[in-house]
Design a protein around this ligand. Structure first.
Ligand SMILES: Nc1ncnc2c1ncn2[C@@H]1O[C@H](COP(=O)(O)OP(=O)(O)OP(=O)(O)O)[C@@H](O)[C@H]1O
Length: 290
């Protein structure tokens, strides 16, 4: 099984230390969410995998071999992003042909199905499309390339709610019928929560969370009650954040001592992925200069 490994991947832009030793592994046949605040370095990371940028230090390995200036590896990796440009006056169908020439094959049947589902006429010129339809054209290409690792950087940028729903459904369908690895960088966590099986959070230049969604949602708890009682029940367990209001406390935790009886006056509720992500990255975002 193929895998992509990040080993201490570091990237500076002058004094701006964006990636500070990223370690993670993308396995074959997975649907990953890559989460992080604006400016956390998600696009930078994806561009490094795709050779649009090079690391200051560290490596990205595909099946043990560096992806840097490695044409064989690059043929197995695809990046869809807002920055993707296409030559001048090309029609969508010409872009499909161009992609086939570059990557060796292209799923014409799926492309025709997706164009119909989204209501995109492949004879149209890319340049003349609206922002949303340009994204749709790029998404169709990303779902039809024969690559084993497909990175989607903000895939629903400019898409209305109906088209976002079509995209999530079609992605789930194509993933089920032909498993490959998708990595989705998105801010719309509640929309991808039911789609992705594993999430990475990039914060402060490193991966601060690397967990299966099912494990996370099983573990996340919001504990509310009188401060002393909440602290007593938690008994020193690690919390993501505590918010005090008057004598009451709300604590967010992934380590609640669920085996202990909950004292009267304390409530323990679930925490969804969006809430967990907010608590994990509350002080993150743009990396401060060291
Ligand atoms: N080519 C570049 N030259 C200089 N700085 C850059 C360059 N590309 C990215 N940066 C900086 O790197 C940091 C991370 O940017 P990046 O676009 O990777 O973040 P992101 O997580 O994708 O953000 P967003 O969610 O807002 O798209 C930012 O501070 C950005 O200004």
């Amino acid at each position: 099984m193929s895998k992509l490994e990040f080993k201490q991947v570091t990237r500076n832009f002058g004094a701006n230390k964006v990636l500070r030793g990223v370690n993670m592994t993308w396995e074959a046949g997975q649907l990953y969410g890559l989460l992080g605040r604006n400016g956390a370095g998600k696009s930078t990371l994806m561009k490094i995998v795709n050779n649009r940028l090079f690391p200051t230090a560290g490596k990205v390995l595909l099946d043990g071999k560096s992806v840097t200036e490695n044409a064989d590896a690059q043929n197995r990796i695809f990046l869809m992003s807002a920055a993707m440009l296409y030559p001048g006056d090309s029609r969508i169908e010409q872009l499909f042909t161009l992609t086939r020439e570059m990557y060796g094959s292209f799923d014409d049947e799926l492309a025709a199905h997706l164009a119909k589902a989204f209501g995109l006429d492949p004879h149209q010129r890319f340049r003349k499309l609206s922002t949303g339809y340009r994204t749709i054209a790029k998404l169709i290409i990303a779902l039809c390339v024969p690559c084993e690792f497909v990175m989607l950087d903000e895939p629903v940028l400019g898409l209305d709610a109906n088209n976002r729903e079509i995209f999530y459904q079609e992605l789930a369908n194509t993933f089920a019928s032909k498993p490959r690895t998708f990595i989705i960088a998105s801010h719309l966590i509640e929309e991808i929560e039911n789609l992705v099986t594993h999430v990475f959070v990039l914060d402060g230049g490193t991966i601060t969370l690397d967990e299966d969604v099912a494990d996370l949602t099983a573990k996340g708890r919001v504990v509310t009650g009188p401060t002393a009682l909440v602290h007593e029940w938690l008994g020193g367990t690690c919390t993501l954040r505590e918010v005090a209001l008057g004598g009451m406390l709300t604590a967010y935790t992934l380590d609640a001592p669920l085996e202990k009886p909950v004292p009267a006056g304390v409530t323990v509720g679930g925490m969804d992925l969006q809430q967990m992500y907010l608590e994990l990255t509350r002080n993150g975002g743009e990396v401060d200069e060291a």
